[in-house]
Design a protein around this ligand. Structure first.
Ligand SMILES: [Zn+2]
Ligand SMILES: [Zn+2]
Length: 366
């Protein structure tokens, strides 16, 4: 038979107060909520809870002391709903009081801190897009590791219909008593919500109330996203098991470089080759735009490197659905390699008619 005194680490003649103190101290250390996923701690805790169940109860303890064992039902008693817990027993010895209240405050603070800060429920995912997809928008499935409510415990974190043990916070009374000076007031225990007993943690979710699963969430990426854009999708994130609220999914977009277009803000830049005669005489040329070919008017005397603007032909703005940036077309004048005599003759003639000002050339060279 198990030695309940040894399990709680107390003497055979220990007082009721010592039993409670020992249980509380061990529960703080081995409680499954403090050691999620630790099977050894869970096993240890169930033995501690079992020992406490017997030793905290005067008649059960009596039976155990006499017979060396205790089985549920041997006393054939009407189960008291509440395990006798009197706070006064604790306060009886003045020297015990500060030690106890420290322990108690620590544990209570721990429970509170475990419950109070809202669990983060926004989920983030990265997605890679081609330049064309970023301009037009695209529907895509984003792989995420998403925490949904645990089916096995319906998000409660506790296994239904399992043996419950005495709540370690209130040692089964359902109430905690705080003292301030000579004043003493009772409040409902936050751990067991007054019931005095808590069920074992759900095995499937290890008491968290939610489980992570890999999922593909279908999202519509809006037109106009750039690298590093953050798009928020409400209600597609993790669930908060306490409140049942679902967070948002935030998709961070990465846009591949394009070999022709370059995006700067909502403006887009590209370079287009133009012949000497087109640049000199002016021309209407066809250039590739973001949504198909565009006609660009090259004015006479356009220089190489000059940028021509096509207003409203850039990337769609994420802030304003109606707005678009501009498309800047840099002109690259292609100098012909004169191979035949006829071309050379024309170029020489052209040179004579359009001599570059010598002074201007020197000024520029300086
Ligand atoms: Zn409690
Ligand atoms: Zn569960």
């Amino acid at each position: 038979m198990r030695d309940f005194y040894a399990i709680l680490g107390i003497e055979t003649g220990a007082s009721a107060g010592d039993v409670r103190r020992a249980y509380r101290k061990l529960a703080r250390k081995f409680h499954p909520d403090i050691n999620p996923g630790n099977a050894a701690a869970a096993e240890r805790f169930s033995r501690i809870a079992e020992a406490y169940e017997v030793l905290c109860h005067p008649r059960k303890r009596d039976y155990y002391d006499t017979h060396g064992y205790y089985d549920e039902g041997v006393l054939e008693e009407k189960q008291e709903r509440r395990l006798g817990f009197s706070f006064d027993g604790f306060a009886g010895s003045e020297s015990d009081k500060p030690v106890f209240s420290d322990l108690f405050e620590d544990f209570f603070a721990e429970i509170r801190s475990r419950r109070q800060p809202p669990v983060p429920i926004d989920l983030e995912a990265q997605v890679s897009l081609t330049f064309a997809e970023s301009i037009r928008g695209v529907r895509t499935a984003v792989p995420v590791f998403r925490r949904r409510s645990c089916d096995d415990c319906r998000g409660l974190g506790r296994r239904p219909r399992t043996p419950a043990y005495a709540c370690p916070t209130c040692t089964g009374s359902g109430e905690i008593v705080r003292s301030r000076g000579r004043l003493r007031f009772a409040m409902t225990c936050p751990e067991c919500e007054g019931g005095g007993r808590v069920a074992a943690a759900c095995v499937s979710c290890r008491g968290e109330g939610r489980r992570a699963r890999s999922e593909r969430v279908e999202v519509d990426i809006p037109a106009g996203v750039a690298s590093g854009s953050r798009v928020r999708y409400a209600g597609r994130g993790d669930v908060d098991p306490k409140t049942g609220r679902t967070g948002d999914l935030i998709v961070v977009t990465h846009v591949d470089d394009d070999r022709f277009f370059e995006r700067v803000g909502d403006n887009v830049h590209c370079t287009v080759p133009v012949s000497v005669s087109e640049a000199s005489l002016g021309a209407r040329i066809e250039v590739p735009g973001l949504d198909g070919a565009l006609t660009l008017k090259v004015p006479p005397g356009t220089q190489s490197g000059q940028k021509l603007r096509l207003r409203g032909r850039g990337a769609p703005s994420l802030r304003d659905a109606e707005a678009r940036g501009d498309l800047y077309v840099a002109i690259q004048v292609v100098i012909p390699r004169a191979l035949d005599e006829r071309s050379k003759e024309i170029l020489r003639e052209l040179g004579e008619l359009n001599a570059v000002d010598r002074e201007g050339r020197q000024a520029r060279g300086r």
